[in-house]
Design a protein around this ligand. Structure first.
Ligand code: FEO
Length: 172
């Protein structure tokens, strides 16, 4: 059993994870249009991962006799001025998600809800990894610079990162 405060906060988090999934889906589509096949694959995988994050909370709420609500997701942006700007947007959104998870942990602590506190530790670790990944991508983009073939090399690097991330995923 979870309190109404915790239920509401978990449902709010479902909305954020759902938005992240659609934001990354929108980015995948933009990357495809721009001929950035490696980036598109990366964004599709990230989008699927965010959907999994959302569903994890759905299942948790069902397990603790809560009621998971399918969120109203605002339409994400469809245009990005550059691949750099797109990844900066991802990083900023991930920071927002981290802040929200930290807030959720604080609520669980205040409510003396140890089960939710324990459940959220997976998200705490996941956010640390996601932020580190996005920072490393932004660093790489900076290193490549904006020479004539920079987009080609950025796409190649992101494809490599995507393959490594996919290989590290647990078997479904
Ligand atoms: Fe599930 Fe990347 O936030």
């Amino acid at each position: 059993m979870v309190s109404d405060v915790v239920k509401a906060a978990l449902n709010k988090q479902i909305g954020l994870e759902g938005y992240a999934s659609f934001l990354y889906l929108s980015m995948a589509s933009w990357c495809d249009r721009e001929g950035l096949a490696g980036c598109a694959q990366f964004m599709h995988r990230q989008s699927a991962e965010e959907r999994m994050h959302m569903l994890k909370i759905f299942h948790y709420l069902a397990e603790v006799d809560g009621h998971a609500l399918a969120p109203a997701v605002p339409q994400p942006p469809h245009e990005f001025s550059s691949v750099q700007e797109m990844f900066k947007t991802v990083y900023v959104h991930e920071q927002k998600v981290t802040t929200s998870i930290n807030h959720l942990v604080a609520i669980a602590t205040k409510e003396d809800d140890h089960a939710t506190y324990a459940f959220l530790q997976w998200y705490v670790n996941e956010q640390r990894e996601e932020e580190a990944l996005m920072r490393s991508i932004l660093d790489k983009i900076k290193l490549i610079g904006d020479g004539p073939q920079s987009l080609y090399f950025i796409d190649l690097e992101i494809a490599k990162i995507n393959a490594a991330e996919a290989a590290a995923e647990p078997e479904a």
